[in-house]
Ligand binder design. Structure first.
Ligand code: SAM
Length: 487
């Protein structure tokens, strides 16, 4: 996969015999003149771009086709083009067979209809040879089928109000009123679905969807989308100084050797795999941290699935992924975050309290990788107040760093809190090459089997912090007695 777009920050590279290189980051630096002096070789690293700001550029290719169209959408969203062509421009621009299909819907008559990239709602066409059309547009058809299957499951959800059940019809059967309403917010949801999925596809990840089943749809969330972590300068300095960043050989040479604990290892090449040694050298020194919480090392089986049977939600946990030091290929089950999200997920409007949450559009097995949590890696200053509601804390890879997805992030930023969670975040020590900087990563894994249409929710806080009776009333289930503490 060779991404054509990209954000201004980084280029993605596929190395021979290795997965897409995902240990990439953008570094936000204040003084461009000091970059080379400060970061040396890193300043010319092919997967890292230094820049003053992360730009959520519109993905390239067909996405830009409509940029000069005379229609101007009324919303301004990062990464979403505003200018489009409309039906009356067909004569000027010629109707060709080369238009890129954006999304496929069914008409009330059961025919297929589709929207095109760069064209607005007025140019949604009915297809009179649906079989051929579906065959020629396999990917868009698969996405439409997954969306419709998700909506049909949601329609049977006992928690759904009649109004919401009715709203599933917006996607299940395209109506003329919507086609005539080119400024309807529905079309912005569809653009977010398409353009954010395009970023995912460019990185070899499964697509995503945005859905709101309210009669009066609320404005979708506004944030910049990134498939990889961005790193602020002070956080980068902390990463480069940290021991987790040391290459395996340096660690082995300079640290006291301990006898490796024998463990089953699902790596393709267990004889040369260094992951368990890395854990022993970096993270196993004490089994507890200063608060007395245990450190838990979790390793996958040969399908990349984690054993969740002895899993304790309150433990600190870490996964080590293989690198070039292990000698295995990109298909190794111990490279799950490097391989990336494979399940189609939905950013879904839950209700007025929770707002948007994340749901599954495909079944997910207990112990399976769900997605990565991306955002900006920051080193928070002690005396500066920040919005911490989108923070994911790093405890083991580096102390004091957080991944903040309040402004820039991916679909994982929508996971809500549940007192009985079905997913968990796990710090992930992962880089393709030992010479790359060890950017902290967070993987999300399923704690239980997750069905199509089910919420994907993690535990934000330990139970005792939720039992104070103060804060936001927890809406994880009807009549939940707990509260989310506010900062
Ligand atoms: C990381 S954000 C989750 C995404 C957010 N719902 C949105 O629409 O952008 C965390 C915020 O979501 C809301 N939230 C998440 N889980 C909740 C729950 N179980 N009950 C009430 N509010 C919740 C709270 O406002 C919380 O501060």
């Amino acid at each position: 996969m060779n991404p054509k777009n990209q954000t201004a920050i980084t280029q993605d590279v596929k190395l021979p015999g290795h997965p897409i290189h995902r240990s990439i980051c953008g570094v936000i630096v204040a003084k461009p003149t000091s970059i080379q002096q400060k970061y040396g070789e890193l300043s010319t690293h092919p997967q890292i771009q230094f820049g003053p700001k992360f730009k959520n550029e519109i993905p390239s290719g067909s996405a830009r086709d409509g940029q000069n169209g005379p229609y101007m959408a009324k919303w301004m969203y990062p990464g979403i083009p505003r200018k489009k062509l409309r039906l009356e421009d067909v004569e000027t621009h010629g109707q060709t067979n080369n238009w890129t299909v954006q999304a496929i819907y069914k008409s009330k008559m059961g025919n297929l209809m589709c929207s095109y990239v760069g064209w607005n709602a007025s140019a949604v066409y009915e297809q009179f040879n649906p079989r051929k059309f579906a065959k020629d547009n396999r990917e868009a058809m698969d996405t439409a089928n997954l969306r419709d299957a998700f909506l049909k499951v949601m329609k049977n959800d006992p928690e759904l109000t009649n109004e919401m059940k009715k709203a599933t019809g917006k996607w299940l059967w395209m109506r003329h009123e919507l086609l005539e309403d080119e400024d309807n917010v529905f079309w912005l949801y569809e653009d977010l679905t398409y353009f954010h999925s395009k970023i995912h596809i460019d990185y070899g990840l499964a697509p995503l969807m945005y859905i709101c089943l309210k009669k009066e749809m609320v404005d979708p969330p506004r944030f910049k989308y990134t498939a990889f972590n961005i790193v602020e300068e002070t956080a980068m300095d902390a990463i480069l100084e940290g021991r987790s960043n040391w290459a395996f050989r340096k660690l082995q040479n300079t640290m006291k050797r301990t006898k490796p604990e024998p463990r089953p290892n699902a790596c393709e090449t267990p004889g040369t795999c260094v992951c368990d040694r890395l854990f022993d050298l970096l993270y196993a020194r004490s089994r507890t941290n200063h608060r007395g919480w245990k450190r838990q090392y979790v390793t996958p089986d040969n399908r990349g699935i984690l054993d969740m049977s002895s899993f304790e939600i309150e433990h600190f946990r870490v996964i080590i992924e293989c690198s070039d030091a292990c000698g295995c290929s990109s298909k190794c089950p111990r490279r799950r975050a490097q391989q990336g999200q494979s399940k189609h997920l939905v950013v879904y409007y839950e209700n007025e309290v929770i707002k948007f949450g994340l749901r599954a559009a495909e079944k997910i097995q207990k112990g399976e990788f769900v997605c990565e949590y991306t955002g900006v890696v920051v080193l928070p200053k002690k005396d500066v107040q920040r919005n911490e509601s989108y923070d994911a804390t790093i405890n083991l890879l580096n102390e004091n760093l957080v991944i903040d997805s309040s402004q820039i992030g991916n679909l994982a930023r929508f996971m809500s809190h549940a007192c009985e969670p079905n997913a968990v975040m796990i710090e992930t020590h992962s880089r393709v090459k030992e010479s790359d900087p060890l950017i902290p990563r967070i993987s999300v894994y399923a704690l239980k089997d997750i069905a199509v249409g089910e919420k994907i929710a993690i535990s934000y806080y330990r139970t005792e912090l939720m039992q104070t009776g103060v804060g936001i009333k927890c809406g994880c289930r009807p009549n939940c007695p707990n509260h989310l503490p506010t900062a």
